[in-house]
Ligand binder design. Structure first.
Ligand code: ZN
Length: 409
């Protein structure tokens, strides 16, 4: 995962353009993708697909001709969607177009207001002397396409689980690339699932809106979903509930990750598009440190050194557990509900005394028997018993094999 983050990091992505295509080409080497190109001007819900932006070079040269800001060193140096410019400006004329942070290069964009600008550290700006500066931004803003891609793992049913990652940020590692890398590994891990898993790699906001505009009829099949972002920083996992707040995905993720749970708000990543009232899809947001919650957020500090393989592996582990809950969550009926059935006679009661997992396994069996009245799913039972879902699911399987429970039709 870290290798993929490092490989994607130098590419200058935006909401449209060749950086997105190059990114999808590399992701497509790892998992098959179907890529969709939507022309500029296409109406998508209340929006229109914007003109496509591409950039080749950009710099500022000081009065002595030395490059003091260079896009080729770091693509965050140019405000995203900057219009082309070539000319000479005094430092005073340039200042309003220069965005700074102490010790860090900020990430700025201007998608829908035509302008241009540069981003640099406050220290570099402070070191600049008065005089005439030469400026170049070799970009194009022209009719073209918005690009997004999907990867589908077919399941037994056409009911879907949606995993959505934004792919529109340039050189930012945690916010964007770590989520993509974890999603790719999750996709590669899935084998013969019950649900169909749809991975959407789309530019933030306009990309999700474009996908929703083209997939309105598919939305009825989406049973569970997650946006995945900020998946590789050292902070603990955090889950933001779907708009519904009590959807099965909300309960499944809460069961897996514990108490770092935030309520839905119509801000953040594309859960706000999937959770707009017309769609109201059960899509929550999984991050480590949440949106805008760390000092490196949207700055040059969010580089591959900020994300770790261990953190991404932990995010992936949690996602696999969430998938196991969604895949395994069924409701059973106790076929011997009058009094406790005699487990020992059926070989189900701990002859293996002393094993550390024996007590958990036995408690899980008693809970499954007690709550399998047709009204409680295995996730209900795991929540109420405070036992791991895996133990509850295993107990249900053992009881089914022994003829004591059957799956509710
Ligand atoms: Zn961001």
């Amino acid at each position: 995962m870290k290798d993929l983050v490092e490989r994607l990091y130098p590419i200058c992505r935006s909401i449209t353009g060749d950086g997105v295509r190059k990114t999808l080409e590399i992701v497509g080497e790892l998992i098959p993708l179907s890529v969709t190109e939507v022309p500029t001007g296409t109406q998508v819900l209340d929006w229109n697909v914007p003109r496509e932006w591409n950039i080749r070079d950009a710099w500022i040269k000081d009065p002595s001709g030395r490059k003091v800001v260079d896009f080729r060193e770091l693509n965050l140096h140019v405000v995203g969607y900057s219009v082309p410019v070539s000319g000479r400006f005094t430092l005073a004329e340039l200042r309003p177009r220069l965005h700074t942070l102490p010790g860090l290069v900020p990430y700025r964009t201007s998608y829908y207001a035509e302008t241009w600008g540069f981003c640099l550290t406050q220290e570099v700006l402070d070191s600049l002397e008065e005089g005439e500066y030469e400026v170049l931004i070799d970009s194009t803003l022209a009719d073209g396409h918005l690009t997004y891609a999907e990867h589908v793992v077919e399941g037994e049913t056409d009911e879907e689980v949606l995993i959505s990652c934004h792919i529109c940020h340039p050189s930012l590692a945690n916010d964007n690339l770590a989520g993509i890398a974890v999603a790719v590994e999750l996709a590669r891990w899935l084998r013969d699932p019950r649900y169909t898993y749809r991975f959407v790699f789309a530019p933030g906001t306009i990309g999700a809106i474009t996908w929703l505009a083209a997939n309105g009829d598919r939305c009825a099949r989406i049973r569970h979903g997650l946006t995945l972002a900020c998946a590789g920083d050292p902070g603990p996992l955090t889950y933001k509930r779907s708009r519904r707040g009590d959807a099965e995905i909300d309960r499944a993720v809460t069961h897996v990750i514990g108490d770092r749970i935030l309520d839905f708000s119509p801000y953040g990543y594309d859960e706000r598009q999937y959770g707009s009232p017309g769609f109201d899809l059960p899509v929550g947001g999984l991050t480590r440190t949440p949106y805008a919650g760390y000092p490196e957020y949207h700055t040059s500090g969010d580089n591959p050194g900020f994300v770790t393989e261990a953190a991404m592996a932990d995010t992936l582990r949690a996602l696999k557990e969430v998938v196991e809950v969604l895949e395994g969550n069924r409701t059973y009926l106790n076929l011997s509900p009058y009094g406790e059935p005699q487990l020992g006679r059926r070989g189900l009661y701990g002859s293996l005394g002393g094993r550390s997992d024996t007590k958990t396994a036995q408690m899980a069996m008693l809970w499954v028997l007690n709550l399998s009245d047709g009204d409680h799913s295995l996730l209900d039972i795991a929540e109420r018993s405070k036992l791991p879902f895996g133990a509850v699911a295993m107990a249900a399987k053992d009881l089914q094999d022994a003829g004591l429970v059957k799956e509710k039709a």
